[in-house]
Design a protein around this ligand. Sequence first.
Ligand code: PLP
Length: 382
Amino acid sequence: MKKDIYLDNNATTRVADEVREAMSPFFREMYGNPSSIHAKGREAKKHLEIARARVADYLNCATDEVVFTSCGSESNNLAIKGAFFSSPKKKRHIITCVTEHPSVRNTCESLKELGAEITYLTVDSSGFIDMDELAASITDDTILISVMLANNETGIINDIAAVAEISRDRGVLIHTDAVQASGKIPLDVASLGVDMLSISGHKFHAPKGVGALYVKKGLALVALIDGGGQEFGLRAGTENVPYCVGLGKACEIARKSIGENFNHLLSLKREFYAAVVENVTDVALNGDFEKSLPNTLSLSFKGVDVQSLLINLDLKGVMVSSGSACSSGAPKASHVLTAMRLGAERLKCVLRVSFSTYTTAEEIGRAADILIEAVNSLKKKY
Ligand code: PLP
C-alpha cells in the first residue's frame, strides 16, 4: 500500500528527529527548574540560554531580545496588547491588515472594547497591502503597526522593510507575525527593521506549544501573565525547558539549511504547479507565485465541488487544506481570499497545498496525479 502524502505543512509540521533528540534529556535526567540555584537548576538554565542564543542567531538579534512563549498566538497577543497597555502617551490607534491571522485580528478586536481604534489595511487581488494607504493611515495617535510577514493561506510575503521605512520617523512600533515565514525564509530583524517579531515552533519542525517573541532592546511592554520574573519580566511561569530547547534546535537547523531548504521547497512547488496547470483547465493561483513562500500554493478550481474534492483526496491519502473556515459546520469563504476580492466563483473551490523539508519529489508527482484525476473526474459531474 502506498503511504499517505501530507501536504498541509502550514497547519503544522512533523517534529524533526534532531529536535526530538535534543529535547529528550530534558524530560529525563535534566529536568531542573532554570530558576533554581542548585546544580540541576543551573544545568537547565544553561541549556535554556543555549536555546535562546540559537533563536537569536536565526533572528539576528541579541539573546536578551528573545522571549519564550507558549505559541505564535501568545507571541502576537503579547506584542499587540503589551504595546497597547504600555503606550506612554495613552495613544490608542493600531494599524493592521484585513488578512491577518485571527491571533492578530481578534486581539485587535478585543482591544477595541478597551478604547483602541483599529485601522484594517486593505489588500490588492494578490493579497499585498498598499504602502500609500499605510502611510496615509498613520496619525499622531498611532502606537503600533502589525502586518504579517507571510500569509498562512496564500504564502505571499509582505515587504515589511518598506513598512518599517515608512513609519521610521513617526515614532510608531512595528510588529510582524513571522509564524509562517519561519524555517522557510531567512529572518533578520535588523534588515526587516521591526521592533517585535513572532515565531511558533510547530510550523518548522519543533513541537506544538512553544513560540518566541523578539522584543527590541529598550522597548517597554506590559506583560500579560503576572508572576515570577521569568523571561525578563515579560512572561511569568517556569519555562518549558524541553520545548524551548526544541525551538532552539529548529532555529539552528533553519539557519544552517535555509538556502538548501528554500531551493528544495521551491522546486517542489514549481513541479506541482506545472503539473496541475498543464493537466487541469480553469485553475487559478491565489496570491503571487514569485513573491511568496517557497512551500505554499493556494489554488482555485472552477466548477468543482470542494467537499467532494477533499473527500476524494483524503480517501486516496492526500492531505491538504481547503481555503475555508468551517468552525460552525457551514463552510465560510476564507477572510483572506474574500479580502482579495477574487469573485464568488473562485472562492468556491480552493485548496491550500503546503510542503516541508520532508516532502519528496516522488510524493509531489503522485499527489499531483491524484489531484488532477480527482479534479477532472469531478468536473465531468457538474
Ligand atoms: N500566525 C499565523 C500566520 C499562523 O498561521 C498561525 C497558525 O496557524 C499563528 C499565528 C498561530 O500560531 P500558534 O498555532 O502557534 O498559536
